[in-house]
Design a protein around this ligand. Structure first.
Ligand SMILES: [Mg+2]
Length: 267
C-alpha cells in the first residue's frame, strides 16, 4: 500500500480526529510526475476550514434572501439550505427558481471580514515551488478569491482565477463546470491535479483524468462530512488525502524533483 495514499500528518485540532484512510482498490494512485497544471479550490482548501469564513457567508446569504424575497430570516435560511442541496449551490437555486441577478448576490455574500485568515508563508513557499501553472477554481466570485488569496499572501503565484461567472454560473460538482474550466484555461486534464475539500467535487476531475487530492475540511454543514466520518477507505475517485496542504505540496515537489533528476537528459 502506497504511503502517499495515507493521510500525511497527525490529526489537526478539528474536534474528532480524522482517521488515516487507504484506497479501496489497493491500486497505485495517480501521481504527479507529469503534472503541469495545479488547480486549487479556494474555500476551506487554500485556507483552513477553522477560519470559518463560511459562517459569515452563510449568514449573509440568509440575510440577502430574506430581503430579496421579502420573507423572514428563518424562511430564508430554509430556502437557502434547500437550494444548496437541490441545486449544488444556493446561487444556482436562486437563479433557477427566482431569476436572481448573480452579481448582486455574490457581491453581498462575499463582503466579509477576512481578519481571521492568517498569512500563510509555508503555503506560499510550497505553491511557489510547484512545477507548472497554478489556477484557482472556485464556485465563488473572482473578487472573493482575490481578497482571500491576497490575505494568505499567495495571490501573485496564480496565473488566473476561474470563478463561477467564468463558468456561466454552472457550479462544481457538475461535470460541465469542469469541462468549461478546462476549455477556458487550455488545461490538459491528464496532466492536471485538482485540490478540493468536498469529495463530490473530485468526481468529475477524476473522470477527466486528473490526479485528485482531498484536503480535509472540518466544515460540517454538509451531509457529505457526516458520510466521511464513516469512511474506512478512500473512494476510488480520490487519489490522495491530506490534512495539511502546505506539507503535502512540499512533499510532492520533493518527489517530483527526485523523479526529474533521475530521468536521462533529453536528446
Ligand atoms: Mg471548498
Amino acid at each position: 500500500m502506497s504511503a502517499e495514499r495515507k493521510v500525511s500528518r497527525a490529526a489537526a485540532d478539528v474536534g474528532e480526529a480524522p482517521r488515516v484512510l487507504q484506497s479501496r482498490s489497493g491500486a497505485p494512485p495517480r501521481g504527479f510526475a507529469h503534472t503541469d497544471a495545479w488547480i486549487f479550490d479556494l474555500d476551506n482548501t487554500l485556507y483552513p476550514a477553522e477560519c470559518n469564513l463560511f459562517a459569515q457567508v452563510d449568514h449573509r446569504m440568509g440575510a440577502f434572501i430574506a430581503h430579496y424575497l421579502g420573507v423572514s430570516y428563518a424562511q430564508a435560511r430554509h430556502l437557502q439550505k434547500t437550494y444548496y442541496r437541490q441545486f449544488g449551490t444556493t446561487l444556482a437555486g436562486l437563479m433557477a427558481v427566482h431569476k436572481l441577478d448573480p452579481a448582486a448576490f455574490l457581491a453581498y455574500v462575499h463582503d466579509i471580514d477576512l481578519s481571521v485568515v492568517p498569512e500563510a508563508p509555508e503555503l506560499r513557499a510550497a505553491i511557489a515551488a510547484l512545477p507548472g501553472r497554478r489556477l484557482i477554481y472556485t464556485n465563488g466570485s473572482r473578487r472573493h478569491a482575490e481578497r482571500v488569496a491576497e490575505k494568505l499572501g499567495v495571490l501573485d503565484l496564480f496565473e488566473d482565477i476561474c470563478d463561477i461567472a467564468a463558468c456561466d454560473y454552472v457550479p462544481k460538482p457538475e461535470a460541465d463546470a469542469f469541462q468549461r474550466m478546462v476549455r477556458r484555461h487550455g488545461v490538459a486534464a491528464e496532466r492536471a491535479a485538482m485540490f478540493e475539500d468536498m469529495p463530490m467535487n473530485l468526481t468529475a476531475p477524476h473522470d477527466l483524468g486528473m490526479t485528485t487530492v482531498l484536503v480535509h475540511s472540518s466544515y460540517l454543514d454538509h451531509p457529505v462530512q457526516e458520510q466521511m466520518k464513516t469512511w474506512t477507505e478512500l473512494p476510488d475517485h480520490i487519489h490522495h488525502m491530506t490534512l495539511d496542504l502546505a506539507e503535502f505540496l512540499a512533499a510532492t515537489t520533493r518527489v517530483c524533483g527526485d523523479v526529474s533528476r533521475s530521468r536521462p537528459p533529453p536528446g
